[in-house]
Design a protein around this ligand. Structure first.
Ligand SMILES: *[C@@H]1O[C@H](CO)[C@@H](O)[C@H](O)[C@H]1NC(C)=O
Ligand SMILES: *[C@@H]1O[C@H](CO)[C@@H](O)[C@H](O)[C@H]1NC(C)=O
Length: 259
């Protein structure tokens, strides 16, 4: 491929091409630089690994917002992991670039989601316009768009390039929809080259028929069952005044993990 080509169009997000995904995803790398303290000097910008030259310049010119950009990147990753916690692709990050692996720099719907949520996370943190509860709401909306995303292909009308649904029976997408050009892998198997961790070792739900169920999550490979003891607070009593005293209860539950 020619690099990232995922497109998300929404009131807030402008249409974008290749380099934008790289840029958004590279800002996400800031979230992983826990050893770097506050970004308050131009020198720090030079030392941030993983930023392209253009970003180093942006960093230097916008020092006062860089800590917010980093916080936004963290929020975006947390939100993405929350939304995808019971999916095969669970938004886990790598300790290398690109942060979400190669699969998220291609034109997949995962790439479109990551782009959208990282733009939102950074915008929220920098403008402080919204609380993180609102990022959750946007996360839910984007997740719905992800599930309803349309596969598109490029077509030319006269000399203008446009994106049209690959399946002509689908109605044309609107500016509110999430669209993608490349179909995703199944995320079943470990494929480090593309940054795919695979689902071996993932927890699954034995009775669910959905993607969190062992059948789909484990891609038919089967699963292990372990009994694990969980400790919970129980028989809590309120004492005047003012504290709550609980007992500790031990309970054995079955836990299933993919082979
Ligand atoms: C995502 O799945 C991988 C295995 O595929 C696991 O190692 C990782 O802990 C999971 N991450 C999250 C955030 O659940
Ligand atoms: C497993 O899936 C079933 C059926 O969808 C659901 O009722 C149950 O709450 C799930 N269990 C867990 C631990 O999520």
């Amino acid at each position: 491929g020619t690099g990232p080509r995922a497109v998300l169009r929404d009131g807030v997000f402008l249409p974008f091409w290749s380099s934008c995904v790289c840029v958004a995803v590279s800002w996400l790398y800031l979230a992983k630089l826990s050893s770097v303290g506050s970004i308050s000097e131009e020198e720090t910008c030079e030392k941030l690994k993983g930023l392209i030259q253009r970003q180093v310049q942006m960093c230097k010119r916008n020092l006062e917002v860089m800590d917010s950009v980093r916080r936004g990147a963290q929020l975006a990753i947390e939100e993405c992991q929350f939304q995808f916690r019971s999916r095969r692709w669970n938004c886990s990050t790598l300790d290398a670039l690109p942060v979400f692996g190669k699969v998220v720099t291609q034109g997949t719907r995962e790439a479109a989601f990551v782009y959208a949520i990282s733009s939102a996370g950074v915008a929220f943190a920098v403008t402080r316009a919204c609380s993180s509860g609102e990022l959750d709401k946007l996360g839910n909306v984007l997740k719905e768009k992800f599930d309803g995303a349309t596969e598109v292909e490029q077509s030319e009308i006269g000399s203008t390039k446009v994106l049209v649904p690959k399946n002509s029976q689908f109605k044309p997408h609107t500016d509110e929809d999430l669209v993608y050009l490349d179909s995703s892998p199944d995320f079943c198997d470990h494929d480090l080259k593309n940054g795919v961790l695979g689902t071996s070792g993932r927890q699954c739900n034995k009775t669910s028929k959905a993607i969190d169920g062992c059948e789909l999550m484990c891609c038919g490979r089967g699963f292990h069952t372990d009994e694990v003891e969980v400790v919970e607070r129980c028989s809590c009593k309120f004492h005047w005044c003012c504290f709550v005293k609980c007992k500790q209860c031990h309970r054995v539950v079955e836990m299933h993990t993919c082979r």
